[in-house]
Each structure stands twice: as C-alpha cells, then as structure tokens.
Design a protein around this ligand. Structure first.
Ligand code: FMN
Length: 336
C-alpha cells in the first residue's frame, strides 16, 4: 500500500507472523531504499514491496486545462492561487531504470506489481535476485497475462477493495468482479496460487477466501486504523464515523479508479464528470488541493482510500490485530 503503510507497520505485521507490505509507487529510488532499510532494521522476517507498473498515460493539454479550470474555484475557496500546470509526480517502473536497479540491488523477499507487468527482462532480473513475485489482476485475462509472464502468484483484487484498482488499462471496460467471484474464478482457471483481496477485514473473511480456493488473503483497509499507519487524524475519524459506510470508486483524486471514503472531493468528481487528465497528473492537482484545504482545517479533500469493509476497521497496534485475526481464523476453522 502506498501512502498509509510505514516501515513500522510493515515490520510489525511481519513480526506478528503475516507478510507486511510497503508501497513504493509514490516515491523515488532513494525514498524506496529508505523505506526498505527501515523495514529491514525492524524485522528479519520476509516482507513485500509493491511497485506501480502502469503504462504511462498520454498527456492531453486540453483535458488538463479543463480539469484545472474546473478545480480553480475550489483552490480559490481556500485562498490559494489555482494550479496552472500538472506534473507527472510519480514514475512507473516501466520507465524508471533507477528504481528497477535499486530494487534488484536491495532484493526484497517478495515484490508485487500493481497496474500491469514489467518487461520480461525486469521479471528475469527480479527472479535472479531471488524475489518471489506477485501481481494484481482484476479479471481472468489479466490473470492469464500474469501467469504467462512467469509471476509466482496472482492477487485477485475485487471491486470491493480499497485504494487503487489494479486494472491494467483504466480506460478498458470493467466487469467490476467482486472478490468472491474473482477469487473462485482465478482459483479454478488462472493456474496460479491466488491471494484474495477486497473487503476482507477479519479472520472470517480470510477463511471464506481460503474456502474459495485462495492460498492467502491480502488486507489493506483493515490496517489503516492501526497505530503504526501514517493515516492522519481526519482519515482515522472518517474511518470510525458514518462515512465509513459510504465508499466510492473515483478517478477524481488521482486520475485512476480508486476506492475512497466518500468526501467532498469524491462528490466533486461525481458532479464534474470531466474526462480525467490521467494518473498521476490528476493526483498532482489532488494533492495540492488537499494541502490547500487542510491548511484551512478542511479534511474533505484527502485521498482517504478505503474498501467496502471500512466500518469493520479496528484501531489497535498491528501485532494485536494480527493476533485477533489469527484467533478468528482458528475459531472459525475449529467449527468445521
Ligand atoms: C490505503 C490503501 C493504500 C493502498 N495502496 C496500494 C498500493 O500502493 N499498491 C497496491 O498494489 N495496492 C494498494 N492498495 C490496495 C491493496 O493492495 C488491496 O488490494 C486492498 O487493500 C484490498 O482491499 P481492502 O482494502 O478491502 O482490504 C491500497 C489499499 C489501501 C486501503
């Protein structure tokens, strides 16, 4: 997960017996190195590093201008001059040789890919470095591409999932498969071990995923409220309040579809209906708008990623959460 997980959170999860994860899709090679070293300083157990592998979105100056024009009144409402240009604030792994070299050198035990797949050469280099490889799929065709690329296991990300939807092409038609149908489909047809993701908040959800043929489950939203996460107080309050019952898939915040707690920004996205300038250009504007809003005490423009299970989030240290989850798994399995 990019943004919320810290080295402290990932290490606490790994130390508690699960596989902790950090996302480095929103940082550069030196930031990624610092995060990985931060995890290694806190645990000797395996952990996962997640990379964004999107096909870079083409720049479209007309779309960008229209987007900035529509956001301008919001910037002004926070007494800030509107942005006049958008930047590509994050690079995809496919165009970032420095990031690839850093990753191969640091060789995290597990590496996962989101939004697509790296080149065959990059995959071979990760494998030679000894990394176990995972990649997200949101449908069978993506899972088949994951299998053909020689990846070790597929993450079946359902429509319920919080954060960015891992679809390879954000403009392609989306069947919006839920975690249950997708997990079963990929368990039977992908030829790969399946890790179920989306809406799983506790041991009961994990058991259900295992019953569907998954070998493991990936939980994101369940960890946002953990003490070691970097979620700010407004995000934690939103997760603990009535808005947790209302998540929406929106491209307004970052330029790619992502599930977020309903807030002023997602509402703006629903009303605007403008074509997005794409990822991560829209995110540049979104981050600037959030900073301007936060400076006035308005927290409704944050990237408050969360899945449909958000109301079930539990605020506690990660080690306690893992031990509760594993007790739930065991209690559930002893009933069978
Ligand atoms: C705050 C947050 C950040 C996320 N960041 C990433 C990320 O950087 N890379 C990634 O592959 N998935 C990311 N995800 C998605 C998760 O990998 C996973 O698919 C999702 O959390 C599963 O659904 P759940 O949130 O309902 O548990 C993120 C999810 C959340 C909630």
């Amino acid at each position: 997960m990019a943004g919320v997980p810290t080295p402290e959170l990932a290490a606490a999860v790994s130390n508690a017996g699960a596989l902790g994860s950090i996302g480095v899709g929103a940082t550069n090679p030196s930031g990624a190195r610092a995060m990985i070293e931060g995890v290694r300083a806190r645990t000797e157990r395996p952990f996962n590093v997640n990379l964004f592998v999107h096909a870079p979105a083409p720049r479209d100056s007309a779309r960008e201008a229209a987007w900035l024009g529509a956001l301008a009144p919001l910037f002004r409402s926070f007494d800030v001059e509107p942005l006049t240009a958008l930047r590509t604030i994050y690079k995809s792994l496919v165009e970032d040789d420095d990031m690839l070299a850093t990753m191969i050198k640091l060789a995290p035990p597990v590496v996962s890919f989101h939004f697509g797949l790296p080149s065959a050469d990059a995959i071979a280099a990760f494998k030679s470095a000894g990394c176990v490889l995972l990649a997200t799929a949101t449908n069978l065709a993506e899972a088949q591409a994951v299998k053909e690329a020689g990846i070790d296991a597929v993450v079946a990300q359902g429509w319920e999932a919080g954060g960015h939807r891992g679809m390879f092409d954000p403009d392609a038609p989306d069947d919006q498969l839920g975690t249950m149908a997708l997990t079963r489909l990929l368990a039977l047809r992908s030829g790969l071990p399946v890790i179920a993701a989306g809406g799983i908040m506790d041991g009961h959800g994990i058991r259900a995923a295992l019953d569907l043929g998954a070998v493991a489950a990936q939980l994101g939203t369940a960890f946002i409220a953990c003490l070691e996460s970097s979620a700010d107080q407004a995000y934690r309050d939103a997760l603990a309040g009535p808005n947790a019952h209302h998540t929406v898939m929106t491209h307004a915040v970052s330029g790619r579809p992502a599930r977020c707690l309903r807030n002023r920004f997602t509402e703006w996205g629903e009303q605007t209906r403008l074509p997005s300038p794409g990822y991560p250009m829209a995110y540049d504007a979104g981050k600037a708008l959030n900073a301007a809003a936060k400076a006035t005490g308005e927290s409704g423009f944050g990237a408050q990623w969360a899945g449909q299970g958000a109301p079930l989030a539990r605020a506690m240290p990660a080690a306690e959460l893992i031990s509760l989850i594993s007790a739930e798994c065991e209690a559930h399995s002893s009933r069978h």
